[in-house]
Design a binder for this molecule. Sequence first.
Ligand code: SF4
Length: 278
Amino acid sequence: MPDNDRPDGRGRAALRADCGNCFALCCVALTLTRSADFGLDKAAGTPCRNLRDDFRCGIHTRLRTEGFPGCTVYDCFGAGQKVSQETFGGRDWRGAPETAQQMFQVFPVVRQLHELLWYLTEAATLAPARSLRGEIRRTLEATERLTRLEPAALADLDVAAHRGEVAVLLARAGELVRATVPGRKKRSHRGGDLIGARLKGADLRGADLRGAYLIAADLSGADLRLADLIGADFRDADLSGADLTGALFLTQAQVNAARGSGATRLPPSLGRPAHWAD
Ligand code: SF4
């Protein structure tokens, strides 16, 4: 998807992480739990021991081999630079420690709002959902306004309620798109337990996989065109040779969490992870 697809003309560029303009908020604000994804336990608000004084990761090029693959998967949707440079005006939590607590509180809120902006931006471009376009754009603008609230208002924001309203709208848009897939009634796997499922070569075109658990599923060679994949858990799923052209509401974090190959077909807005096989 082109980067000029947002009503405000800025495209999705503002929804992509710009770590050079962020005070490493994901490396401080969030809780890390020692697991296959993270090599240590860390409380929210505590800097990761691998974080350098210049807000860069000391093991950036070795994250996977050092036991931190989760860090290569995480995506803030541009919330890091928004909070660092706009919400807090470029004051960092080291130089202005009085801002730290609120900055770390606000970051996950703005991250959720930016994720919604990612989905809404896509929904606004979906031709089969053109009847919803006005509603989608108004919701997108309202969400954008929320991201620009003062820190105290952001900290008090009921982001779950807003997220719930947006989810209903996105589901309606997704249904309109999936209804264009000819030939059969679309099966729903919404929220389904498909952990480790053998779906090699499966015809999942136009499927409802919203929030489905596809952890370690074999989706190699599967047809996922126009499937609604919002919130689906692809950790360690095999997408080698799968076709995700036109898949709905897919994020870079979902793709990064999966395995794939040079033959995997992705929506144009998403990049091929460096760890995928050629
Ligand atoms: S390992 Fe690096 S990227 Fe991951 S939380 Fe720590 S400093 Fe950040």
